[in-house]
Design a protein around this ligand. Structure first.
Ligand code: CDT
Length: 321
């Protein structure tokens, strides 16, 4: 992969989705995705970001067996007959996309997955979610569940970066966006654009988190991470009230300056767009975040040596006089 891309401008769209209810079938959902893809293309976009688990309701909120979840909510291949209209439209329009869905592999492994699809409708990359939030037990007193740890394995593909017609694109999913390592591993592979989908419940069942923090922390991590890694970020949420369960909106496109250049207004299907200048990230990478010049990995060893926080290390101090 070359150090810099040849194309500097990219028409980027983020296609936020309003609620997908339990009763909504794949055909209805794919129709909505196709409509948003058409709108994105009509506004000059070359790539569109769809949410996490875009084809179904956010089913980890429901207690059920793994077999039932697989039967109702998982995809055995991508594309498949239900999703083919989206791939056909992408090829017709010459637009690439990112799509999140629940994946079951031929040998029965389950992942929370996203694919990167180029302008010829070819799947060029796959990401399987690494930072799975929630729990695997039945929380009978909770208003709903967050069973990602029951329904999915931790992703086994790492954080990849793909050369998509000259743009270096990395992927992650939802809770991954809250972890600095996610972005740094991709920016160290010269990512220029990081795309992600999310489903963020407005209510945190684990502790009494003020509702507005759900959105403010989402904004803070996207803005800080774009800046600290000199990347563009496109983040697409599924939002609004799914069968009475509310999720945040605030889908956005963030520049390497940390500024939000486009943001959704509503909690429904909504396409936001920007013609992003990839050269902006390059400028930051040449100056304040010139990694090769300024990083000191020998001082960062704990990041890979420890998982949880532990005792302070003995530090070297200057010799006493
Ligand atoms: N889908 C997902 O990863 N949602 C998480 C909620 C965490 S609260 C248990 C998020 O970070 O938005």
């Amino acid at each position: 992969m070359s150090k810099t891309s040849t194309r500097r401008k990219l028409g980027l769209a983020v296609a936020q989705m309003g609620p997908v209810h339990l009763a909504d079938d794949r055909a209805a959902v794919v129709k909505r995705l196709v409509a948003m893809m058409r709108e994105a293309a009509s506004r000059g976009s070359e790539f569109v970001v769809f949410p996490e688990l875009a084809l179904t309701t956010f089913f980890p909120r429901y207690w059920m067996s793994e077999a039932e979840a697989v039967e109702r909510f998982f995809e055995r291949s991508m594309p498949n007959a239900d999703v083919q209209p989206l791939f056909d439209t992408a090829r017709d329009l010459g637009i690439g996309f990112y799509l999140g869905y629940a994946e079951i592999t031929p040998d029965g492994r389950r992942f929370n997955t996203a694919v990167l699809v180029d302008r010829t409708a070819r799947v060029i990359g796959k990401y399987r979610k690494i930072h799975l939030p929630g729990h695997d037990d039945h929380k009978v007193d909770a208003p709903f569940q967050h069973l990602e740890k029951k329904f999915f394995e931790v992703g086994d593909l790492g954080f990849g970066v793909w050369d998509m017609e000259g743009t270096h694109v990395g992927m992650c999913l939802c809770n991954d966006r809250r972890w600095p390592e996610t972005y740094r591993v991709m920016s160290l592979q010269s990512a220029e654009l990081i795309v992600l989908g999310y489903n963020t419940p407005s209510l945190n069942i684990h502790w009494n988190e003020p509702a507005h923090w759900r959105t403010s922390t989402h904004e803070i991590v996207l803005q800080a991470s774009a800046y600290q890694n000199a990347v563009w970020i496109g983040a697409a949420g599924k939002c609004g009230s799914e069968d009475g369960h509310h999720m945040i909106g605030s889908s956005m496109i963030v520049a390497p300056s940390g500024e939000i250049v486009a943001r959704s207004t509503y909690e429904e299907d909504e396409v936001i767009t920007a013609h992003i200048d990839l050269a902006m990230g390059q400028t930051f990478r040449e100056h304040v975040f010139n990694f090769a010049k300024h990083r000191s990995p020998h001082h960062y060893r704990l990041i890979v040596e420890r998982t949880g926080a532990g005792e302070p290390l003995p530090t070297r101090q200057p010799d006493a006089d």
